[in-house]
Design a protein around this ligand. Structure first.
Ligand code: PMT
Length: 222
């Protein structure tokens, strides 16, 4: 048998949005479909890895051979990821995690009141920063979804979150990014950058996994 790029590797991937409850019937979320993260999970499994996919609420089938853990909120995703960080060699944070959640979840459906209402939000924990700060950290790869100064903000996140690589995604361009079938990204490390042109998300995921496997193998002393 031909040996594959990620044989023997344990890969942990997050995908999709998170949902932050306001009351029993309402929530705050975003347009992530999970397609990019699920494509990465499939690509990593095809490359021989044992893959765990922590998925927010999405409507997608689980790729063959992938272990899937469904979560709802950012806190749920944090707990599911941090419980598995130590046993992972590679972490890819593709989920669009809500940065804030309502300060309190109201127990009963909120009734209409005045013309204006104010919702107080509090910060959610940063999952990928916790992964990269953990003991025996996996090779940690983030995404940066940006609408302006894409490379500048992505570099900032690479440094601030102490990542090994970041995948910059310009989500202001029509036809790529959130919920589309195609995507176009720039893979950034401290050493350099590589643009991957517009293509289907599965093809892009295959290319990204190949690049990440090379980075991983070049930093692995074994
Ligand atoms: O799901 P699709 O419809 O296929 O769309 C794909 C995508 C556009 C969602 C994906 O390609 C993408 O860019 N994902 C990252 C989205 C995002 O929220 O990025 P960010 O720049 O806000 O976050 C930066 C990094 O920190 C990400 O790796 C994110 O997972 C992580 N993060 C953010 C907040 C938080 N509380 N915890 C985190 O771990």
């Amino acid at each position: 048998f031909e040996s594959r790029l990620l044989d023997g590797m344990r890969v942990l991937i997050t995908a999709g949005p998170t949902r932050e409850a306001i009351d029993p019937v309402r929530y705050i979320s975003n347009h992530s479909s999970g397609k990019m993260g699920f494509s990465l999970a499939r690509a990593a499994a095809d490359a021989g890895a044992s893959v765990t996919l922590v998925a927010g609420p999405v409507n997608l089938p689980t790729p063959a051979g992938v272990e899937r853990i469904d979560v709802v909120s950012a806190q749920d995703m944090y707990d599911a990821v941090l419980a598995r960080t130590a046993e992972s060699d590679l972490f890819i944070g593709c989920a669009a995690v809500a940065d804030y959640r309502p300060a309190t979840v109201v127990e009963q459906k909120i009734k209409k009141q005045n013309d204006e209402m104010t919702l107080t939000l509090v910060r959610n924990p940063d999952i990928i920063s916790a992964v990269s700060a953990s003991e025996s950290r996996p090779f940690t790869v983030g995404f940066a979804a940006e609408t302006q100064d894409v490379l500048g903000y992505a570099k900032g996140k690479l440094e601030r979150k102490k990542l090994d690589a970041i995948i910059a995604n310009d989500v202001s361009v029509a036809g790529i990014g959130f919920n589309s079938d195609q995507n176009e990204v720039i893979l950034l490390t401290a050493r350099g950058e590589q643009a991957l042109p517009r293509m289907g998300k599965q093809q892009l995921a295959d290319a990204l996994i190949e690049q990440l496997a090379q980075l991983l193998n070049s930093t692995d002393p074994a």
